[in-house]
Design a protein around this ligand. Structure first.
Ligand SMILES: [Zn+2]
Length: 478
């Protein structure tokens, strides 16, 4: 361990890189590398020119969603006992109000006035059992986590109408789960299925899953009579351990909520008979790709189907698609784009195809027979270079109700046809509208949501630590 203020000598790093074993190892590995001039030439030809995006009609309501997980100590003497917090915020920006923030011909945005936009926010705070914590007399951390996840998704804070539990985030989970394309789908959004009972493993009659009803009362497994919860369908409990950090299960929970929120808002607006033309003027920014990973990856199919249904409804009225987009600031696509960006013409877009992705961007992985992101992605990734030389990796929901015959490559062909994305120009124009000198290759709504939501960085995280330590009575410890 180095002494304080003692830094590693740079020459010791070059010794390592020049070591023959290291050099041999690096030569045997495949990793992202700078493409050759010929490869760049072929790549830049894949980018298609865009019209003048200043002329495109934009949505008027912009919602940006971002979340942050945090595990706080409740006592310094028990570093392995923690409480979990997940905060998910939605920032709302009205395009008319935002227009007034632009100064100097729109290139600059007044940072102080942008900061004021943060008052238009709505935050959900979920408190979950963290490491080594049990809730309400339950016998394991896993059972506590399950019970608590169900409770927080049903809680009044997630409801648009506080007196109606059917307007809760848990009922949106029912709506989405009912749309599952396989045997796990149900006949109406009053039902959803669990693939198995978390306590005894019972898979339902003929292994067709266990059906649960959207009611507030506790439901029980017919085989073992233990509690089962509708939110068990998210399968987050599979990653919860009694003696390890639960931060990964909490992060999965947070991402599931982030991705369910646009559907939650839209569902409410539809049931409240919000005019369809106004629904078409809404947009949602989500941080990261339009994809869900891990045990709740199944949500990606229902989300794809749900947005397709909404857009069909709008299309029949002659209205534009609802704008939902995911922005990736980091990751392999963003890295690759930054390597080659200087060779790409301005004001162009490229729908990333599997062939190129597997050959150049994720060369370390074998191509999937059913297409990239088959289980996880519900949106297509596009690389977008703006007229002002900024680059964005943006994803837009696939404009289909399902993925059809993937084995024959049909879905792959369709998903990369630009003409199938009627609101592509609208989405890109929206990004262009919110690009800013304030943040490199970022957009204002996401940056604001992120700033508002981040709790892990001090001092926010510190405050949670202190509050947590003082909120748990000693008698509740075990
Ligand atoms: Zn059971």
């Amino acid at each position: 361990m180095p002494y304080e203020n003692e830094y590693a000598n740079k020459s010791s790093h070059s010794d390592i890189v020049e070591n023959p074993d290291v050099l041999a190892f690096l030569q045997e590995c495949e990793y992202l590398r700078e493409p050759s001039p010929e490869e760049i030439d072929r790549f830049s030809q894949r980018f298609q020119p865009l019209p003048d995006l200043n002329l495109v009609d934009l949505p008027n309501h912009i919602f940006a969603i971002d979340g942050s997980p945090y595990e706080a100590l409740i006592d310094d003497r028990m570093p392995s006992t923690k409480v979990g917090y997940v905060k998910v915020s939605t920032i709302h920006i009205l395009m008319e109000e935002f227009g007034a923030l632009r100064v100097d011909d729109g290139r600059f945005v007044d940072p102080f006035r942008v900061a004021k936009l943060r008052k238009n926010k709505d935050s959900l705070l979920f408190v979950l059992p963290g490491t080594n914590m049990r809730w309400q007399g339950l016998t394991s951390v896993r059972d506590s986590f399950r019970a608590r996840v169900d409770k927080v998704l049903l809680q009044k804070e997630t409801r648009f109408n506080k007196e109606d539990y059917r307007s809760s985030l848990r009922s949106t989970l029912f709506r989405l789960a009912s749309l599952r394309p396989d045997k796990m789908g149900t006949r109406s959004d009053e039902f959803l299925k669990l693939h198995q009972c978390p306590s005894c493993g019972y898979k339902g009659e003929e292994d067709l899953g266990i059906e649960l009803i959207d009611i507030e009362e506790q439901q029980y497994c017919s085989a073992c009579n233990k509690e089962i919860y509708p939110s068990d369908a998210l399968r987050l409990w599979e990653e919860v351990n009694d003696y390890q950090s639960n931060i990964s299960a909490m992060t999965r929970f947070m991402l599931a909520v982030e991705h369910m929120l646009p559907a939650h808002y839209i569902n409410y607006l539809l049931t409240a008979n919000f005019p369809l033309d106004q629904l078409a003027s809404i947009s949602f920014f989500v941080d990261g790709p339009l994809a869900i990973f891990g045990t709740c990856a199944w949500l990606s199919r229902p989300l794809m189907k749900y947005y397709h249904q909404i857009n069909e409804k709008l299309r029949k009225e002659g209205l534009p698609n609802i704008t939902i987009l995911g922005l990736q600031k980091t990751g392999q696509l963003a890295d690759y784009f930054s390597l080659v960006s200087k060779y790409i013409p301005e004001n162009t877009v490229y729908p990333v195809d599997d062939e190129y992705r597997y050959q150049y961007i994720i060369a370390s992985r074998d191509p999937s027979k059913v297409g990239f992101g088959d289980e996880t992605y519900y949106g297509q990734d596009f690389l977008f270079k703006t007229a002002s030389d900024r680059r964005f990796v943006v994803s837009i929901p696939y404009p289909f109700s399902g993925k059809g015959q993937r084995e024959e490559g049909r879905f792959h062909k369709l998903k990369t046809e630009i003409a199938r994305y009627p609101n592509l120009h609208r989405t890109l124009a929206l990004i262009k509208r919110f690009e800013t000198d304030l943040y490199t290759n970022a957009v204002i709504p996401i940056a604001l949501a992120h700033r508002y939501t981040a709790i892990s960085a001090s001092p926010g995280g510190k405050v949670l630590d202190i509050l947590s330590r003082n909120s748990f009575p000693k008698s509740n410890r075990y």
